[in-house]
Design a protein around this ligand. Structure first.
Ligand SMILES: [Zn+2]
Ligand SMILES: [Zn+2]
Length: 336
């Protein structure tokens, strides 16, 4: 099969993903073999490819926003069958035995594995996934539009839950990329006020189009806005955490959605953190988060604003993401 391999991390400008011919992987007893129809390009892929996340497998096939069809099932698989349309997310598997797994916090599992990082992912014609960590999708789903929901959507949803915002509250989003543009649609449908903040005019325009009540492109423009109940920081820029804290009401939370972030500058406690303001990070998701979100997404017809590219152009897709040129999300589908 065709696959894009990362031997060792390097700057995406050096085109580290290598198109190769490799053998189709074999599924174990609880696993499924999935023919990949589309795979979204997530910022975490960029962190994997550039080595912001320590390499744990080499070579590795990145990609963890996968929609495909089940091609083979392992002997113990009961919940899925050949031909089913499935979504394969970032969380590949957890141990089921550690204190976190046993207390309903499997996203913090001590031995968790990740698709496209510690096991091979979806930048390939086929991928192997664990049946118990994959999600059956409606058979008429548009694979390209839906793929980004498998990480950007699910992580956005967990971030939204972590805000603890009151019903109809105001939630500011810093960075308006893949995750923000998906979760905005859901939050608007659920009655929250969304404030989109990005340094890109294009992103601000998309935020307005998707129903954000306010959208701002510069620090000056949102300095004096009405205070927010919570904020989610999607962009991996430490300074934005201070920006987020500065527009929160007492008791508000700044939720950090990214897996990697530049250093957060010193925090002025009296001005930014006192009054029970808080900062919390988000790590991956539980299967419960994923099921809840995928159900809500289907119910409300949430879709990504995608730009489809062939798998062969994965290096370019990641370069565009790094350069902030993507409005919505890049999705890989088809080979040339
Ligand atoms: Zn565990
Ligand atoms: Zn992701």
């Amino acid at each position: 099969m065709k696959a894009l391999l990362l031997d060792r991390p390097s700057k995406i400008e050096e085109r580290p993903l290598r198109l190769s011919e490799v053998s189709i992987p074999t599924q174990a007893e609880t696993e499924i073999l999935v023919k990949v129809e589309a795979c979204g390009v997530c910022r975490t892929d960029l962190h994997v490819v550039e080595g912001d996340l320590k390499q744990v497998r080499s070579p590795v096939i990145p990609g963890h926003e996968i929609v495909g069809r089940v091609a083979k099932v392992g002997r113990e698989v009961r919940n899925l069958k050949v031909g089913d349309v499935v979504g394969v997310p970032w969380l590949h598997k957890t141990c089921g035995r550690c204190e976190f797994c046993l207390s309903g916090r499997e996203n913090l599992c001590e031995r968790k594995e990740f698709t496209g990082y510690s096991v091979d992912g979806g930048y390939a014609e086929y991928v192997v996934a664990d049946a118990n960590y994959s999600f059956k999708l409606p058979s008429d789903v548009d694979p390209v539009a839906f793929a980004p929901l498998l990480c950007a959507g699910i992580i956005g949803y967990r971030s939204f839950k972590m805000t603890n915002a009151p019903k109809n509250g105001r939630i500011a989003l810093f960075g308006f990329g893949a995750s923000a543009h998906i979760i905005t649609q859901l939050m608007v449908k659920m009655g929250y006020g969304v404030i989109g903040i990005s340094n890109s005019e294009q992103h601000v325009e998309l935020a307005r189009k998707l129903g954000a009540s306010e959208a701002y492109a510069s620090k000056e423009s949102y300095k004096n806005i009405a205070k927010c109940d919570s904020a989610v920081v999607f962009a991996p820029v430490g300074e934005l955490v201070l920006e987020a804290l500065s527009i929160l009401k007492p008791g508000g939370r700044a939720v950090i959605a990214g897996i990697h972030m530049s250093t957060i500058p010193p925090i002025d406690y009296d001005r930014l953190l006192f009054n029970e303001r808080g900062i919390v990070s988000v790590e991956a998701n539980t299967r419960e988060d994923a099921s809840e979100f995928l159900e809500l997404a289907a119910k409300f017809g949430i879709k990504s604003a995608y730009n489809k590219m062939p798998f062969n152009r994965a290096n370019e897709a990641l370069q565009e993401l790094k350069a902030g040129k993507v409005n919505g999300v890049n999705v890989l589908s088809g080979w040339t």
